[in-house]
Design a protein around this ligand. Structure first.
Ligand code: GDP
Ligand code: ZN
Length: 356
């Protein structure tokens, strides 16, 4: 009997999975009791799981147990908007890829992805790609500065000219990362520039039969770490966020909101709103406010169950005039993440996230 090994589940196919243990790939079966496990997940094993397994040959083994998960990336089922299907776990970060031009840069989409990243417990990293297309670095400098002020890492890259690719490699090293962003922003090109030959399926629609569908797999990076390869991630959802909570992700709104008269002010039409006052006076740039409004408007409050234990941001905390820590934001969002199961293994054109 050999010593148990530890590895990462990189692909799941039916009852078999592939486990990467220090670079060696084992095709493993899961023991019966794993299937019966009470993890609350719709599948006992998920791509990204750290597992303990016994090798039965040089490339085969049996999974014995699953180690605790740190984060999870979910999709919602087309059958029910409130159900969740975990497609990958232990993902460290969300690389938000936006292009300077073609398609043009907008803060709104980046903000939405930032919130979705926090909602899944993933650290957002922003990548402004196609810098070669900018006539003047001033086109993106302001935005880069803004997000850096929010303490997000901002990478400036050109997949075509190779700009910033070393920094990208460094950012992804020894982490597991999922890439998100509009189609055509250069996600596949960036991965390919970083590691020639590595192909992402991000833009594709899954068309395989239901029993052969691979929900997600992990692509191994030469520098260490993985890229989560999930077909069809297109738009992100805010399905776990209430209107009142959105301001937490916009420090410039959050700080002003402490001076609003209404305790539940969402800074849209309320009387004596400090945020609206700042927009009118020009103290708050309109584009910053617009990014906030776009998100609030996409949230259908009726959709949110009334009985969740979501806490409205505490006005005492608000008085301290500080935005909540990033850790707190993540905790809040994880707390309200839903645990409902979805036992349908049907195809879905929106893996990962629901459309906003
Ligand atoms: P994805 O849909 O996000 O995976 O985007 P792709 O990687 O398929 O890129 C979409 C298009 O943008 C392709 O024609 C790429 O050649 C082009 N592209 C990607 N990165 C860059 C870049 O840094 N600069 C320029 N000029 N074009 C790029
Ligand atoms: Zn207000």
């Amino acid at each position: 009997m050999t010593e148990p090994l530890e590895g990462t589940v990189i692909t799941i196919r039916s009852v078999l999975c592939e486990v990467d243990a220090d670079g060696r790939i084992y095709t493993c079966q899961a023991r019966g009791r794993l299937v019966e496990s009470d993890t609350g997940e719709s599948k006992p094993l998920v791509v990204g799981d750290r597992v303990i397994f016994s090798a039965t040959s040089e490339d085969q083994g049996v999974v014995e147990s699953v180690l605790p998960r740190t984060t999870k990336l979910s999709r919602t089922s087309p059958r029910g908007a409130r159900t969740e299907h975990v497609i990958a776990v232990n993902v460290d970060q969300l690389l938000i890829v936006a292009s300077i031009r073609k398609p043009p840069l907008t803060a709104g989409i980046i903000d939405r992805y930032i919130i979705a990243g926090h909602a899944g417990g993933l650290e957002p990293v922003i990548c402004l790609n196609k810098v070669d297309l900018a006539e003047d670095p001033a086109e993106y400098a302001d935005m880069a500065r803004t997000y850096r002020q929010m303490e997000y890492q901002v990478l400036l890259t050109s997949a075509v000219e190779g700009t910033g690719i070393d920094a990208l490699r460094e950012a992804l090293k020894n982490k597991s990362t999922v890439l998100a962003g509009h189609s055509g922003t250069g996600k596949s090109s960036l991965i390919n520039a970083m590691q020639p030959g590595l192909k992402l399926r991000v833009g594709e629609v899954e068309t395989k039969g239901r029993h052969t569908t691979t929900w997600a797999s992990l692509l191994k990076l030469d520098v260490g770490g993985y890229v989560v390869d999930t077909p069809g991630i297109r738009e992100l959802t805010l399905w776990e966020v209430k209107k009142i909570e959105v301001a937490q992700f916009f420090p410039w709104i959050w700080e002003l909101s402490h001076d609003c008269r209404m305790p539940n002010c969402i800074h849209m039409h309320e009387p004596d709103c400090a945020v609206l006052r700042a927009v009118e006076s020009g103290d708050l740039p309109e584009w910053r406010y617009d990014g906030y409004v776009r998100i609030v408007e996409t949230i259908d409050e009726v959709d949110v169950p009334r009985d969740t234990d979501v806490e409205v941001p505490d006005k005492q905390v608000a008085k301290s005039r500080r935005a909540p820590s990033r850790r707190k934001q993540r905790q809040d969002l994880r707390r309200i993440a839903r645990e409902e199961q979805d036992d349908e293994d049907d195809e879905d054109d929106l893996l990962g996230y629901r459309r906003l």
